[in-house]
Design a protein around this ligand. Structure first.
Ligand code: CAA
Length: 286
C-alpha cells in the first residue's frame, strides 16, 4: 500500500495542475504550490472549467466537484507542502532549477515522505544528488499531458531508490487511476527516447520541403492512427520543452543523433513556443 493521504505538487503549469486535479478527484488531500500567485489563479480557473465540463458530460456529480474542490488547496507559501506524504515536483525541464528546489526542501521531508519528480528526461540519479540522504526516497514519476486523459505514469528509479519507494509510488499511481510502467534511468527514459526523435524528424521533413506542416501531420494521423500529428503535438508539448528534451538526450546519451533540428530551434528563438504562446508551428491566436 502507498500509505499516502496528502500529496503536494510544486509548479502549477499544465502538468502540475493536471496532477493536482487527478489527485484531488481521487480523494487525496492535495496542495499545489507555486511562487507565482497569478499562475495559481489561472490553474484554479482551469480546474473549475474542467470540473464544469465533467458535470456537463455526466462524469461528475455536483457532490463530486464539491468533494474534489474541498481537497484542493492552492498555496504560495512553501510551508504548506511539508506535511505531505509525497511531493511531486512539476516545474520546467531545467536541471539546475529542479536541483535548487529539491536542495531547498529535502531536509523538511523526513520519515517516510517521498520526493518525486515529473521530469520527462533528466537523470533521476543526477537529480537525487540534490537531496543528500533522502536519495532512497527519491523517484521519477513521469505523467503525460493532458494528465486527466492520459493513462500512463512512467516510473523511474534512481540508483539509490529503495524498493519500498517504488512500490508506494506504483500503488499511488494506480490509486490516481493510472497505469504505472517502469523504465530505466537513461536520458529521455522510454517515452521521450522514442517520441522526440519522431517529432524532430517531422521538423526536418518540413525544413527540407518534403511536405507542408499540415500534410506531415495529416499523413501521421491518417496513416499511423496518431491522435495528433507530430508537429501539432510538438506545439502542444511546447517547442522549448522539445528542444530541452533533445538537448538532455544528446548530452546524456552522448550521441549527435539527438540534436534538435535547426528549424525547431529557430522557432523557439522567435518565441513561437506552441499553444502556450499562441503560435508555434501553427497559429492559435484565434
Ligand atoms: N485536460 C483535461 N481534459 C482534456 C484536456 C486537458 N488539457 N484536453 C482535452 N481533454 C479532454 C476533453 O475534455 C475531451 O473529453 P470530453 O469531451 O469527454 O470532455 C477529451 O479530452 C477529448 O478532447 P477533444 O474532443 O477536445 O479533442 P481530441 O479528441 O482531439 O483529444 C487529446 C485531445 C486528448 C489531447 C488527443 O488529441 C490526444 O490524445 N493527443 C495526443 C496527446 C499526447 O500524445 N500526449 C503526450 C504528450 S508527451 C508528454 O506529455 C510528456 C513529455 O514528456 C513530453
Amino acid at each position: 500500500m502507498h500509505g499516502i493521504n496528502k500529496v503536494a505538487i510544486i509548479g502549477s503549469g499544465q502538468m502540475g495542475g493536471g496532477i493536482a486535479q487527478i489527485s484531488a478527484v481521487n480523494g487525496f488531500e492535495t496542495v499545489i504550490y507555486d511562487l507565482n500567485s497569478d499562475a495559481l489563479t489561472r490553474c484554479e480557473g482551469f480546474h473549475n472549467k474542467l470540473f464544469a465540463r465533467g458535470v456537463e458530460k455526466g462524469r461528475m456529480s455536483d457532490d463530486d466537484v464539491a468533494g474534489a474542490k474541498a481537497k484542493l488547496n492552492y498555496a504560495n507559501d512553501i510551508n504548506a507542502i511539508y506535511d505531505a506524504d509525497i511531493v511531486i515536483e512539476a516545474v520546467i525541464e531545467d536541471v539546475d532549477l529542479k536541483k535548487k528546489i529539491f536542495a531547498g526542501i529535502a531536509d523538511k521531508f523526513t520519515d517516510n515522505q517521498i520526493l518525486a519528480t515529473n521530469t520527462s528526461s533528466i537523470s533521476i540519479t543526477d537529480l537525487a544528488t540534490s537531496v543528500g540522504d533522502a536519495a532512497d526516497r527519491f523517484i521519477g514519476m513521469h505523467f503525460f499531458n493532458p494528465v486527466p486523459v492520459m493513462k500512463l505514469v512512467e516510473v523511474i528509479n534512481g540508483l539509490a531508490t529503495s524498493e519500498e519507494t517504488t512500490k508506494r509510488t506504483i500503488a499511488l499511481s494506480e490509486a490516481m487511476g493510472k497505469v504505472a510502467v517502469p523504465a530505466n534511468d537513461r536520458a529521455g527514459f522510454v517515452s521521450n527516447r522514442v517520441l522526440m526523435p519522431m517529432i524532430n524528424e517531422a521538423f526536418y521533413a518540413w525544413m527540407e520541403g518534403v511536405a507542408e506542416p499540415e500534410h506531415i501531420d495529416e499523413i501521421m494521423k491518417l496513416g499511423m492512427a496518431h491522435p495528433m500529428g507530430p508537429l501539432r503535438l510538438a506545439d502542444f508539448i511546447g517547442l522549448d520543452t522539445c528542444v530541452h528534451i533533445m538537448d538532455v538526450m544528446a548530452e546524456g546519451l552522448n550521441n549527435d543523433r539527438y540534436r534538435a533540428c535547426p528549424l525547431l530551434k529557430q522557432l523557439v528563438v522567435a518565441g513561437r513556443l506552441g499553444n502556450k504562446a499562441g503560435r508555434g508551428v501553427f497559429d492559435y491566436s484565434k
